[in-house]
Design a protein around this ligand. Structure first.
Ligand SMILES: Nc1ncnc2c1ncn2[C@@H]1O[C@H](COP(=O)(O)OP(=O)(O)OP(=O)(O)O)[C@@H](O)[C@H]1O
Ligand SMILES: CC(C)(CO)[C@@H](O)C(=O)[O-]
Ligand code: BAL
Length: 289
């Protein structure tokens, strides 16, 4: 596996590669990330992974400084699943003009909801850095996780509308055996908070079961989900959102029809912000059964 630390090194290594599948990450890799890399291997001749904790997608009071970093372990993990090229740029390499640059990429509409509403400016940081990474890596296909459902939708919309010749693939959420969605931020959970965090997946399971039993009113499903989440959290005021949304537009679903819906939750557990979601119209993930 080659490692590139600069754009110049990346471009040099990229020259020898044909069709590339790209997996952008912020590191502190877990099995969810590795499942994206394994999926990427099926889609192209070479797999490129980036690890970059992007400062511009964190708000001033968010956890940029506390975000877990473990580059040595991550490098071994990438090697173990057969990644061809690992790109680990510094902030100066990604933002040579400084973090307050005058050029950025912003997707309107889709970013009004969910994390876009609770983390102002977050998606502008994500779409700008992903555009830069796409320009640097020049992949044919890029793989994102459905755990960050809105992020995958926003990036798919961006690539389509900006005519980027890149296919966006959204891969399923990897979960721990007790249902918790894998997330780098789980590394920051205390043992007590790790147990409390199960309230997120439990609340989604409740929504799924009610939908499967015939409930299709979005507000009723949101209320059930919120109740379950509140019951499981020590501080209910730390819920950022519980929303049942259209899978394409991400607008709140009043009534779930043929296109189905996604139930999305975000909450702070023991000082760690976690998100999760579930498609109500698809089979229940086996870890939640
Ligand atoms: N449990 C998971 N299953 C599948 N993909 C995942 C999972 N968690 C994250 N991903 C995907 O991995 C990619 C990189 O995400 P990132 O490095 O931010 O990891 P993360 O675990 O989501 O971290 P965070 O704690 O910031 O939420 C994204 O496309 C994200 O959707
Ligand atoms: C896509 C991404 C790597 C952009 O910084 C990040 O938002 C993430 O890890 O999901
Ligand atoms: N996994 C999405 C990146 C973030 O939370 O900033």
């Amino acid at each position: 596996m080659k490692i590139a630390r600069t754009i110049a090194e990346l471009r040099e290594a990229r020259k020898d590669m044909g069709r590339v599948a790209f997996v952008p990450t912020m590191g502190a890799l877990h099995s969810g990330h590795l499942s994206l890399m394994t999926a990427a291997k099926e889609l192209a001749d070479h797999v490129v992974v980036s690890i970059f904790v992007n400062p511009t997608q964190f708000g001033p009071n968010e956890d940029f400084d506390r975000y877990p970093r473990q580059l040595e372990k991550d490098t071994e993990a990438c090697q173990s699943v057969g990644v061809d090229l690992l790109f680990v740029p510094t902030p100066d390499e990604m933002y040579p003009e400084g973090l307050e640059s005058s050029t950025f990429v912003e997707v309107l509409g889709l970013t009004d909801y969910l994390c876009g509403a609770s983390r102002p400016g977050h998606f502008r940081g994500v779409t700008t850095v992903v555009t830069k990474l796409f320009n640097a890596v020049q992949p044919q296909v890029a793989v994102f996780g459905q755990k960050d459902y809105q992020q995958a939708a926003v990036i798919a919309r961006m690539t389509r509308e900006l005519l980027m010749p890149i296919e966006i693939v959204a891969a399923p959420t990897a979960r721990e055996s007790d249902g918790l969605a894998m997330s780098s931020r789980n590394y920051n959970l205390s043992p007590e908070a790790r147990i409390e965090a199960l309230a997120l997946s439990r609340s989604l399971k409740r929504a799924w079961s009610a939908f499967a039993a015939g409930e299709s009113n979005g507000s009723v499903l949101v209320a059930l989900t919120r109740d379950t989440l509140q019951e499981g959290l020590r501080d209910a005021s730390r819920i950022d959102y519980v929303d049942c949304v259209d899978p394409i537009t991400l607008e709140p679903s009043a009534s779930i029809g043929e296109v189905g819906a996604v139930m999305c939750v975000a909450a702070h557990v023991g000082g760690v912000r976690l998100i999760d979601n579930i498609r109500l119209d698809k089979p229940l993930p086996h870890e939640l059964q």
